[in-house]
Design a protein around this ligand. Structure first.
Ligand code: KIV
Length: 272
């Protein structure tokens, strides 16, 4: 921590705005279970996202589309039990907020009451403005998500960089401003040109958190399982792997299997 960096006992949505004002970068990581969330919180990550990427990394689905509200609440409640410092944000899964603002509010209330999380995140801009307004009116903080929005994968067709064309870039800027006007406390920008992300971050007062959006934004988010190398098949340019946990785990498990087969586990000290 640098000398003028404030130390926070508990991160709130206001702390994040304050960090942006002070020029302190915001760290955000996903977590989906108690043990992982405990490690993430102990490492002083500012925001823990219970992402719908759980659909991919926890359940092995190809997309985030299948995960249900009940499953998100199960993951979120486990994470909340582990986290004492970070702000816990939970993704509203596909199909629980797009069709009707009342349903969006009902889904958000279930997340807040049944998991104890602090905020919800949803994908999209003007298309979901009525849902966002409704959720915010009930006093539930909302984080936006623009750019590559994985719940729309079947509309996009691919996971390539978004908003490279002027028209899409312009819509993204307008949507980001709309999210701020509506009262969202932060916005995630996924896989867009760094220059565009910088432009958005400089025009908003709320924090802009990037994933594959370059360094000139207010914070960064990665999927925990990608960042620790527990997943191996996903290799986008923006991903930095800080360890190769899959290899380390497999090697440890092989040692265990070998010890069991050879009778070396348990030894004299490991029995009663
Ligand atoms: O679900 C998720 O993990 C996310 C992040 C990639 C931002 O939305």
């Amino acid at each position: 921590m640098s000398a003028n960096q404030k130390s926070y006992k508990r991160i709130t949505t206001n702390s994040l705005v304050e960090m942006k004002q002070q020029g302190e970068k915001i760290s955000m990581l996903t977590a989906y279970d108690y043990s992982m969330a405990k490690a993430v919180d102990a490492a002083n990550v500012d925001v823990v996202l219970v992402g719908d990427s759980a659909s991919n990394v926890m359940s092995g689905h190809e997309t985030t589309v299948p995960i249900t509200l009940d499953q998100m609440i199960y993951h979120a409640a486990a994470v909340v039990r582990a986290v004492h410092r970070a702000l816990v944000v939970v993704d509203l899964p596909f199909g629980t907020y797009q069709s009707d603002p009342k349903e969006a509010l009902r889904s958000s209330i279930r997340i807040m009451k049944e998991s104890g999380a602090h905020a919800v995140k949803l994908e999209g801009g003007s298309e979901v403005k009525d849902s966002i307004r409704r959720i915010l009116h009930a006093g539930i903080p909302v984080m936006g998500h623009l750019g590559l929005t994985p719940q729309s994968i079947y509309k996009f067709g691919t996971y390539t960089v978004r908003a490279k064309e002027e028209k899409e870039a312009q819509k993204l800027i307008e949507d980001a401003k709309l999210l701020e006007e509506l009262g969202c406390f932060a916005v995630v920008l996924e896989k867009i040109p760094a220059e565009l992300a910088q432009k958005v971050a400089s025009q908003l007062t709320i924090p802009v958190i990037g994933i594959g959006a370059g360094s000139n934004v207010d914070g960064q988010v990665l999927v925990l399982h990608d960042m620790i190398g527990l997943t191996t098949e996903f290799n986008p340019r923006f991903l930095r792997r800080y360890m190769n946990l899959y290899d380390e785990m497999t090697s440890a498990i092989k040692n265990y299997v070998g010890d069991v087969k050879s009778g070396q586990f348990p030894n004299q000290n490991e029995q009663y």
